[in-house]
Design a binder for this molecule. Sequence first.
Ligand SMILES: Cc1cc2nc3c(=O)[nH]c(=O)nc-3n(C[C@H](O)[C@H](O)[C@H](O)COP(=O)(O)OP(=O)(O)OC[C@H]3O[C@@H](n4cnc5c(N)ncnc54)[C@H](O)[C@@H]3O)c2cc1C
Length: 377
Amino acid sequence: MKTDVLVVGGGIAGAAVSYYLAQEGVDVVLIEARDLNTQASGTNAGSIHVQIQHPEFVSMGAGWARSYGPTLRLLMASQALWLGLSDELGVDLDVRLTGGLLVATTPAQMQAIEAKAVIERGFGVDIEMLDRDALRQRAPYLTADAIGAGFCPGEGKANPLKATRAFAAAAQKMGAKIITETRMTALEPTRGGYLAQTERGPIAARRVVNAAGAAAADVARMLGLNIELQGFPLQVTVTEPVATMIPHLVYSAAGKLSAKQALNGTCLIGGGWPARLRADGSLATDPASLAGNMVNAARVIPALARARAVRSWTAVVNGTADWRPIIGEASGQPGFFLSLFPWMGFSAGPMTARLTADLVVGRAPRLSLKGISVLAD
Ligand SMILES: Cc1cc2nc3c(=O)[nH]c(=O)nc-3n(C[C@H](O)[C@H](O)[C@H](O)COP(=O)(O)OP(=O)(O)OC[C@H]3O[C@@H](n4cnc5c(N)ncnc54)[C@H](O)[C@@H]3O)c2cc1C
């Protein structure tokens, strides 16, 4: 088989890159080792983040936050894309951007939120500081111990079960070919581009996009490239449906938490809690993480203490140590592109893909990647 662009990976990054390329009339084949949307993109917590995550601000500090700042522009641009995606793709993706609340229960936490907000505002992110009364008015469901919060209006949620499949369906409609249950096992440069070996035979491509998520370093290694990206096992929990009470994406300044309520009433509780990796490579939920996550959730949203958790699941997130994305053409490998946004790649997926497609067709990216992608430094 021959194609102009071979996209490796059928998560949100690969499906969206295929969509944007097919929309421009580019001949695209997407190859996915399993089924579409079965890894991080279909198993994540569905938060649309714009702000710097508070636990990382606390652990890595203001200097790191300032160096990460330009990446907030990509997250904001992606949030703007999310707003129009349901109409564009013709599928209701349950996008609700009603704002994120980072809740404080101590003065020290308020100070840290304010310090983070100063940096975020410097990169154009709108963060409003709410005192106890303003918070109580806006979010009466929060603990009475809350003394204030940072409110980020653009944040919210979308449905991870729908988004990647909607991108893939729209890409297919525009002529992209999607091959599932087929792993790429080797990749080598040729005179006209690349030759991929797959479980169903070779594919010759002029250009290749590595959108393999947590396995992207393995794919890059096929060409002898080392990239600083790894997989980290995480877990998320969902409760039974409860009365509608949480319109926001809720975080805690006391520890790892993201909590939100889906349209069917269930509450999704996560925030980066680790799952266990068994010796055979399979994943298992970690009871200590479950307990820690639920305690944090119930401390901030007391009604959650009465909601029964019905299921926890695990998945591997693509992570980089400094949280910065890897987007662009690999140096020394013309025509080999990386489309990798770590940790918050669901939120950033649409814009990461849009920028990758710009680069693949040889255009300047619509948002400069300087200071954002490690490949653009
Ligand atoms: C539990 C959890 C919760 C999360 N919560 C959030 C959240 O709330 N908000 C947010 O923004 N982000 C969240 N994330 C992060 C986000 O889900 C990921 O960053 C994002 O989905 C990455 O998308 P991707 O397309 O790059 O990777 P993936 O969705 O992992 O897709 C990569 C695909 O590549 C395929 N592949 C790999 N190697 C090969 C090969 N050799 N040949 C063919 N195919 C291959 C894989 O099978 C996979 O389907 C969370 C992640 C996890 C795990």
